[in-house]
Design a protein around this ligand. Structure first.
Ligand code: QAP
Ligand code: CO
Length: 179
């Protein structure tokens, strides 16, 4: 089932998600719905809180060398904990919860992560490149943070301005649509 994606400035996006203790059918349904939603909205990563579920789960599905987004490459991450973050990199990020806005964010270039899979089995992953960035971006959602909190002061001001003008345009349009 395709779920609604919460968007900025929804307050829920700022809450800390809780640890998952039951690796049951409910969790599997949530993960399956998150995947369907992410693909439908053309995303490469999604955290559970973005579809309103405040639990520590995230999914990432990057494109392969052929540029295809293959479900075989889907990574499901439950209860993640970083064991290592090193180096620095800058990448222009976006987010399904902040549609239409992209800005450069500085993050660690390499990470090591421990987490659980959908069955509760412990796993570890070493990542660099786009996967390392995606893991940090999605993990931020679990702690109630959005990438726009990590951009520079002037870029943040630009965002507030752009977003507000977009929103007032949208409100105007909605007004003319209503009966
Ligand atoms: C997070 O982001 C991420 O504005 C995933 O109109 C960001 O999937 C991981 C999207 C950067 C790695 C690097 C954004 C889709 C999708 C939009 C996304 C939009 C439509 C963002
Ligand atoms: Co995001």
């Amino acid at each position: 089932m395709i779920l609604e994606v919460l968007t900025y400035p929804d307050k829920k996006l700022y809450q800390r998600s809780r640890e998952i203790v039951k690796f049951d059918k409910n969790l599997h349904e949530l993960l399956d719905d998150m995947y369907e939603t992410m693909i439908a909205k053309e995303g490469i990563g999604l955290a559970a809180i973005q579809v309103g579920a405040p639990v520590r789960a995230l999914i990432i599905n990057l494109a392969n060398e052929e540029g295809a987004q293959d479900k075989a490459d889907l990574i499901e991450v439950i209860n993640p904990e970083f064991l290592l973050k090193e180096g620095e990199c800058v990448y222009q990020e976006g987010c399904l919860s902040v549609p239409g806005f992209y800005e450069e964010v500085k993050r660690a270039a390499r990470v090591k992560l421990k987490f659980q899979d959908r069955f509760g089995e412990p796993r570890e992953i070493d990542a660099d490149g786009l996967l390392a960035i995606a893991l940090q971006h999605e993990n931020d959602h679990l702690d109630g943070h959005l990438f726009i909190e990590r951009i520079g002061y002037n870029k943040r001001k630009k965002f507030d301005k752009e977003y507000k003008s977009k929103k007032s345009k949208k409100d105007k349009k909605d007004k003319t649509r209503s009966p």
